[in-house]
Design a binder for this molecule. Sequence first.
Ligand code: V0D
Length: 258
Amino acid sequence: MRLEVDSLSFSLKRFFNKKLPQEKNNSKIPRHVAIIMDGNGRWAAKRGLPRTAGHHAGMVALRRTIRAANKLGIAVLTVYAFSTENWNRPQAEVDFLMRLPSEFLRTDLPELRAKNVRVMMSGSREGLPEYTLAAVDEAIASTAGNTGMVLNFALNYGGRAEILQAVRRIAQAVAEGQLQVEEITEQTLQQHLYTAELPDPDLLIRPSGEVRLSNFLLWQLAYAELWFVDVYWPDFNGEHLQAAVEAYGRRDRRFGGL
Ligand code: V0D
C-alpha cells in the first residue's frame, strides 16, 4: 500500500509538473508563471481609443493566455490585475477596472470550471468595493475543489505591503509568546505571504517594453527567470507564452549553487 501511494505521488509530480510547494523546480516547464499585464492604456492610445477599451482588450488577451497556459501544463498562473498604486488613477478608470472581475467571471467562469481551474486571489481586500469582492469570492468558492491549474489574481496587491503585513503578524506572534525570535526563518515569512500555499514563480513575463518589477511578488521572485517582451498586453498571445516557456527551458537554473 505504502509503495502505491509513493508511486502515485511520483507520477503526479512527473506528469502534472506538481512538486510540493517550495521545492526547487528543475523541470523544463515552469510550474508557476507570473505575468504583469502591462500596456493596455498605451495599446488603446495608439489606436485613438479610450483606456477602458485597452483594459477590455487586455481581458481578451488574459482569456487567451489562460487557455494557452493550461494547454502547456503550467500548474500556477499569477496575473497582476491591479496594484496598490493603481488607486492613484482617475476615479472613472478605477471604477471601470473594479467591474471587470464580475464581467470576466460572467463570461469565463463556466469555462474555468469545466477545465478544473482553481481561482485564487493575492492581495488586500481592504478598499475593494463590495461588488468586486463578491465576484472574486464567488469565483474562489465555486472552484475551491478544483485540482487543475491555479489561476491566481494579484488584485490590490503590493509586494512591500505584503512583506510588511507578514512581518507585523510574525511580530505579533512573538509579542504574544507563541513564537521565539530564534524560530523565525525564511519559511516563517514565506508562510505569511498571500502565496503561502504556492510554489515561487519560476518565470516572470512582462510585456510592453518596461523592464522593472513594479512592486510585484518581491519575495517570491527571488530566483525567477525574467522575460520581457516588446508587445502591449492586449497583443500578447499563446505564441508569446510558448516562446517565453521555451526560453525558460533553455536556461540553466542553479539557485546560487553550481
Ligand atoms: C484590466 C488586463 C480580469 C489587465 C486584464 C480589478 C487590466 C483585464 C480580472 C479579474 C482586469 C480579477 C479577479 C477575478 C476575476 C477576474 C481583472 C482587474 C483588471 C482589476 F477574480 N481582468 N481584470 N481585474 N483587467
